[in-house]
Design a protein around this ligand. Structure first.
Ligand code: ZN
Length: 333
């Protein structure tokens, strides 16, 4: 039977071309995606369902004219996925990079895990893989004392999580990992620590020779963002924390469901303003099914910030020059 299709009944509008979704580049703010890098994309294969798989993420980024994406996974290294995507989809012109988050499921604060992540890829006959290997090493994002306390975990669980001491040396394994990060000149992501912990970590990492540092700072105060960036670290602000995804109980490391505090867009605008323009990195942190796919999430974020007073030059640097420099992306074109 011939029926009336949805496409025939929906009139064309600003978001519609005869009922089909408009191509991404036609949406408000889509021009800000051209040349952009989202260093914080979660994709399948994954422990939980994700809105895209790795190849989808690359193809959608290419369709929007993006320059690069960084794959993040809390439960396994994303280095191999990134290397595979570069090899299979390199012709699309999106630079894909991966790294390792040192959650317990990945091996925890293990020097061996970091060494393997730095070496993984398609080595040449002499064992070199200049394009592959981890571009970032992240401290835990869930298994930290700060997150465990916010989640109301029990004392034994909290005790098992990472915290950065107020004084004295770092745990031996972490100190050795910082040395490896410095030696390989990759990004240290501070994970989800408190602001005082993050600032102390950055001081100690600098002393170990680490020069590339990215610190999630959505919950920090403007003064804490100023202190962090004055030390040479970049502050990362992510769409996820401004969205309804914060209000939905999500499973992370186990069967428990947890919500996190939302951060308003005006609050993020104030935090962006507190950092020097060359020390701000904006990202999507999309992948959960309650949010749009990563490319659309980044567009919504950039457009919301633009409408809230962040100028285009700042936005372009925060998703362009700054992550490109930090993650050592090759020159465009
Ligand atoms: Zn994330």
């Amino acid at each position: 039977m011939k029926g009336t299709t949805l496409a025939a009944t929906v009139p064309p509008g600003p978001y519609s071309s005869g009922g089909n979704p408009a191509p991404p580049r036609a949406r408000p703010g889509a021009h800000l995606l051209v040349g952009a890098i989202d260093g914080h994309v979660h994709a399948c294969p994954h422990l939980n369902g994700r809105s895209v798989d790795v190849f989808d993420a690359v193809e959608q980024a290419a369709a929007a004219g993006m320059r690069g994406i960084g794959l993040m996974d809390n439960f396994c290294s994303s280095v191999g996925y990134a290397a595979l995507a570069r090899r299979r989809l390199g012709h699309l012109g999106v630079e894909v990079f991966g790294g390792v988050i040192l959650e317990p499921q990945v091996g925890g604060l293990s020097v061996d895990v970091v060494r393997a992540a730095l070496a993984l890829g398609y080595p040449d006959d002499e064992g070199r893989n200049p394009a592959d290997g981890a571009r970032f090493v992240s401290l835990p994002t869930h298994h930290t004392r700060a997150v465990a306390m916010a989640e109301g975990r029990d004392a034994a669980y909290i005790e098992s999580c990472l915290s950065i001491p107020e004084s004295g040396p770092l745990p031996e394994a972490l100190a050795r990992i910082l040395d490896l990060v410095a030696e390989h000149d990759v990004v240290l992501n501070s994970g989800h620590l408190t602001a005082p912990e993050t600032i102390r970590l950055v001081e100690l990492a600098k002393a170990s020779g680490v020069t590339r540092m990215l610190c999630p700072a959505n919950y920090f105060t403007p003064d804490e963002v100023r202190a962090l960036t004055a030390l040479g670290a970049c502050a990362e602000f992510s769409f996820f924390f401004s969205t309804h995804a914060t209000q939905v109980g999500l499973t992370h490391v186990d069967a428990e469901k947890h919500q996190v505090e939302p951060v308003t867009i005006p609050r993020l605008v104030a935090l962006v303003a507190a950092a020097p323009v060359d020390r701000v990195v904006l990202s999507g942190d999309c992948g959960v099914a309650v949010l749009p796919p990563p490319v659309e999430g980044l567009r919504e974020f950039l457009w919301a910030l633009r409408l809230s007073g962040v100028d285009e030059d700042t936005l372009r640097r925060a998703v362009g020059d700054n992550p490109a420099r930090l993650f050592r992306l090759s020159a465009p074109g």
